[in-house]
Write a protein that binds this ligand. Structure first.
Ligand code: PMP
Length: 379
């Protein structure tokens, strides 16, 4: 019998049955009172979950659309924007902002490291920035930015809107919007919410909403906060067709999160990532991000001498686990393994077992069983 293929890339993440069941339901009219009630409850729950006194938008699209939505609603042409980039996804904001004819300054960290809040504070003193973007977890590196500390710094700069890309973090890595001084946070449904790709979820606090109001009409239409605010507060109204089944699926995900408890979920992500990282290190791999700024949602794993990336990932897929390759300069040198969302302990053990079987198949010399033994001790 063929092995079940575990989706261990950093998004989409494995979907549990109760979530896929929602996607398979017979679609209803978006004006159906039962659906309107479901949508309204979902938005209320999402605001409560991450504690925002503001709005939460649930819109069909991906994380990249949410990036564009965040920037478009708080800046206008020629505004200064500070992009803090700790890797590939941080850099994505540079192109996005440049196309919008914003004046972009960039602070970058070497891959695996993060720009410190002190460096950011010094840069913010140089000129008036309309917005700053920070990627909580850069999926290309596995480094986790000090979101709370940066939030403290930004409190001293009331003109600057703090945008956090939570695509590889939200619902896995500790985040609270108002409490951490975040003005806009966003993610995609396919990451730590454990839903299939297709929804962008964006939280906006009062400062961001006031900025949007002050801009008047903006060039963007579909991603305009002002178009969606009436819908999010009363989903019986129409602006653009809501993704009915995806919204149900996300609602089920939020139910699961509430049942687990968000704090418990954060703790589980930490426990699982510590155990996986220890197991991978015991097998001889090196984790790119050092302890201290390592995320809990994925691992970015450097190969030991003698392992070929394409061969390793091909055999590993045959053994039942799909992982992702490295990006940019790390292509061929790294694999990336997601462990966010609704993965259970069985999945973690199966993944490490599949990695061990792969090493054996590739005739790689190592202490057999050491990965699983380490997991057993740490989980
Ligand atoms: N930001 C981060 C941190 C990401 O990891 C990703 C996707 N991997 C994106 C943005 C873009 O999201 P999407 O692929 O859903 O457009």
């Amino acid at each position: 019998m063929k092995n079940q293929k575990l989706v261990m890339i950093p998004g989409p993440t494995p979907t549990v049955r109760s979530i896929t069941d929602q996607m398979g339901r017979e679609t209803v009219a978006f004006g159906d009172p039962a659906f309107v009630k479901d949508f309204k409850e979902l938005v209320t729950d999402l605001k409560e979950l991450l504690k925002v006194d503001g709005e939460c938008f649930v819109v069909a699209g991906t994380g990249t659309m949410a990036m564009e939505m965040a920037i478009s609603n708080v800046t206008k042409r020629r505004d200064n924007v500070l992009v803090v980039s700790n890797g590939f996804f941080g850099d994505r904001f540079i192109d996005l902002c440049t196309r919008k004819e914003l004046n972009v300054d960039v602070l970058s960290a070497p891959w695996g490291e993060v720009v410190s809040s002190e460096t950011i504070e010094n840069k913010l003193k140089e000129k008036n920035y309309a917005a700053i973007t920070v990627t909580h977890v850069d999926t290309a590196t596995g480094a986790c930015a000090p979101i709370r500390e940066i939030g403290e710094v930004i409190k001293k700069f009331p003109e600057t809107v703090y945008i956090v890309d939570g695509v590889a973090a939200t619902a896995g890595e500790r985040e609270y919007v108002d409490d951490m001084g975040i003005d806009i946070l966003f993610t995609g449904s396919q990451k730590a919410f454990g839903v299939a790709p297709g929804l962008a979820i964006l939280w906006a606090g009062q400062k961001a909403l006031a900025r949007r109001k002050s801009l008047g009409t903006i060039p963007e239409f579909y991603i305009d906060f002002e178009k969606w605010i009436p819908i999010m507060n009363d989903p019986s109204k129409y602006f653009a067709t809501p993704a009915v089944n995806m919204i149900w699926a996300l609602k089920e995900s939020v139910r699961i999160i509430k049942e687990e408890g968000l704090e418990a979920r954060y703790d589980r992500h930490k426990r699982v990532s510590d155990a996986i990282n220890a197991a991978l290190e015991a097998l001889g791999f090196v984790i790119l991000a050092k302890e201290g700024n390592r995320c809990t949602t994925l691992s970015n794993v450097l190969y030991q001498e003698g392992i070929n990336d394409a061969e390793f990932r091909k055999v590993l897929a045959e053994e039942g686990a799909m992982v992702a390759g490295g990006l940019a300069a790390y292509a061929g040198k790294m694999f990336r393994i997601g462990h966010m969302g609704n993965i259970d302990d069985h999945t973690v053990f199966s993944t490490i077992a599949a990695i061990e079987r792969t090493l054996i198949k590739l005739d790689y010399k190592y202490e057999k069983g050491i990965g699983l033994k380490t997991l057993l001790e740490k989980m």
